[in-house]
Design a protein around this ligand. Sequence first.
Ligand SMILES: [Zn+2]
Length: 235
Amino acid sequence: MQSFLSHISQLFLQSSCQSCQRASSEFFCPFCQAQLHTGIRSPLIEPPSTLHPLPLFAWATYDTSLRQIIRQLKYKKQPAIGTWLGTEMAKSWINAKLHQKFPQLLVVPIPMHKSKQQQRGYNQAELISRSFARQIGYRHQPNAIIRIRQTQPQSELGLDDRAKNLESAFSLAPNFKTNQPILLLDDIFTTGATLRTVIKLLENHNIPVWGSAVTTRGDSGTIPKTPKNILILKK
Ligand SMILES: [Zn+2]
């Protein structure tokens, strides 16, 4: 009886919106889909700045719907959301004819540490990058960079240790080499410190980097003024 009931409740769960839990036969209800699509940013590509030294593709604004679905993707074991996001980002990329302007990019997701990925079951950045690349027809290389060390939360560290904490966290996969410009993909841009670290790593190995793509900027596009960000900006 119990298993029958849980089966029935599963059916109900599957017919609700993955973001707001309203009843919906689709993955996201029409309300959430409309809200996500009105949040698509224009222009899609930001020029280089102090926080991101290369072009940055930031797909949508960090509003309630996107915040909610990213939380579902990261903490509620909903990998299909990653695939959905990658596909939607690719549609915007294609609509803006960026695939014609930049036909040769190699898509590389920001890796997760192995143990954290095992815990979560997937790397959300890789799910997004895989469907993004597939939809556009770009090559996808999920194992180009390795997260060799689990980083401590930045807030637990003293100022001097924060930049070092990230710098030693990544390495290039043995034998990885390419002449194709890389498009790094991460789920969300907050301080930009991770992307800056990985860009520096690739450039130190003479690997060309075009820029980065993220679902959204969690910092709303403003330059944070907290001491930790000022410190990370120093080269
Ligand atoms: Zn909804």
